[in-house]
Every structure is written in C-alpha cells, then in structure tokens.
Design a protein around this ligand. Sequence first.
Ligand SMILES: C[S@@+](CC[C@H](N)C(=O)[O-])C[C@H]1O[C@@H](n2cnc3c(N)ncnc32)[C@H](O)[C@@H]1O
Ligand SMILES: [Zn+2]
Length: 272
Amino acid sequence: MELICPICGLRLDRIERGYRCEKNHSFDMARQGYVNLLPVQQKRSLHPGDTREQVLGRRAFLESGCYAPISETLNQTAAQLGASGPILDVGCGEGYYSARLAAFLNTELTGLDISKEAVRCAAARYKGPQWLCGTAAHLPVADGSAGVVTSLFALTMADEFKRVLRPDGLFFQVLAAEDHLLGLKSIIYPELKYKEKDTVPEVPGFQLVKSVPIRFTFTVEGEQVQNLLGMTPHVFRITREGAARLAATEKLTDTASCVLNVYQPHWENCHA
Ligand SMILES: C[S@@+](CC[C@H](N)C(=O)[O-])C[C@H]1O[C@@H](n2cnc3c(N)ncnc32)[C@H](O)[C@@H]1O
Ligand SMILES: [Zn+2]
C-alpha cells in the first residue's frame, strides 16, 4: 500500500525501521511491528480507540471461532465479486477478519486502527500485513492505492474511503442488525426497545453492489460471556443491575445478526 505522510501529505518512503517523507517527517516502526502514523493534532484523547482490555477480550472471543461465519461470508463474497488487493482494513481492531481475508485472497493487507493497543495486538499475531496506528478521518494512504477497503463493525468515512480506492475497487462494510445479540440484550436491559435501524445505508459517492444478511446462533460460556459484552457498545451503557445479571450468567446461547454490504465507487456526471 502506498502511504502518505499524515503531517504534510507527501509520499512516505520506506527507510530502515520506518518511513520518511521528503520534508523529513519520520515515523519509526515500533518494536512490536506497527507504525504510528497518528500525529498528536489528529488525536482527540491521549489513548484513543479501544482499550487493551477490550482488544484482548475481542481476541479471545474471535479466536474461539464463534464469529467464523462472518469471516467466511466476507471471504466468499469477496472472492465471488473478484475482489483484488491491496486491502485496507479501517478500524481493524486486532486483525481477525482482515488477516483471514488477505490469506484467503492471497493478497497484501494494511490494517489501520486509532487504538495503539489494537494494532500492537494485530502485529504480534499476524506478521505478514502492515499495521498502522492512524485515523479513518485522515487515512495516511495515497489516492487510488487500495483495491479493497473494509470497515467491519467500525466507522465509515465515505470521502476518505473513495479517495483511497482504485476506480475498480470495492468497499466492504459489516454492520450489526437491530436483532443482533437479543439474548445478551435481554439479560442486561429490563426491557427491549425496538429501534428501526438502516442496515443498508446510502454511502455518499458509492453505489450498492450487494447486501448479504448474516445470521447464526452460537453459545458462550464463562469468561467469553464478558468478552462478548466487551465487543459491543452495550459495555458503555450497562447498568450495575444489568452487569450483575450478566455476571451470574454462566452460559449464553445467542443469535448474531449482521449485514455485509458491498459498495463500489460511483462517479456522477462523469463523461469520458
Ligand atoms: C467495534 S471495533 C471493530 C474491530 C474490528 N474491525 C473487528 O470487527 O473485530 C471498532 C474499532 O474501530 C477503532 N476506531 C474507532 N475510531 C476510529 C478512527 N477514528 N479511526 C480508526 N479506527 C477507529 C476502534 O479502536 C476499534 O478497534
Ligand atoms: Zn511530511
């Protein structure tokens, strides 16, 4: 993947143990194998993004294979659509889905997350891909250099995704549906409120190619119940009573329900 300097936007060249631009802004590769391309002025807090605890909980949960159907649907759909790399995974977390996708498509991968803990964890486990700490709001990636952009349970920055994609590139988005993890929700909330959720949103500058619903049941036990909670936004909303009820839950069978949307860049009024 061709990288650009997060400070001045010029091309970044590979140097020993890191990168440097023509204006001499340089970025070292951390001992753990990732590069920090998040300048302080692009940080909104001292430690943005997921915490170490969240990252380790997600790693333990995903490695158990409970969400393998999501990874398999992503891989199969990408292959069917003839997706080709390099892949840029935005909000990559600890790299579970994109490392599998890159291996499946046998292509290059760059994973980017605003959480240093996430990319540190990804780099420790998956040695081939390039792992970057950076923000989706200002991707340190050259225009038109990605064949695939993925945003899996993470944020969508339409303008930036379009800028970095090749004209024939594809954007893969996974979103949780309204009935995702109803079992967990029914334990932690006294009543379930149904909110309409647009799971196939319009993405400015893109057109929808395909939308694939993903629905399956799985069971978690012991610590994995807490790990599951930690992967959801409910971890920030849970009440003390809800947390106590979940702590007393030894085993939980639940249904994951999400949607894989695939989009392609769309140019209006573009006459050759
Ligand atoms: C719910 S997690 C999903 C992680 C991974 N894609 C997965 O599905 O396992 C969302 C991720 O987005 C990251 N994130 C949040 N804001 C971000 C930003 N502005 N730029 C890049 N990553 C961001 C968080 O640190 C976190 O790792
Ligand atoms: Zn620079």
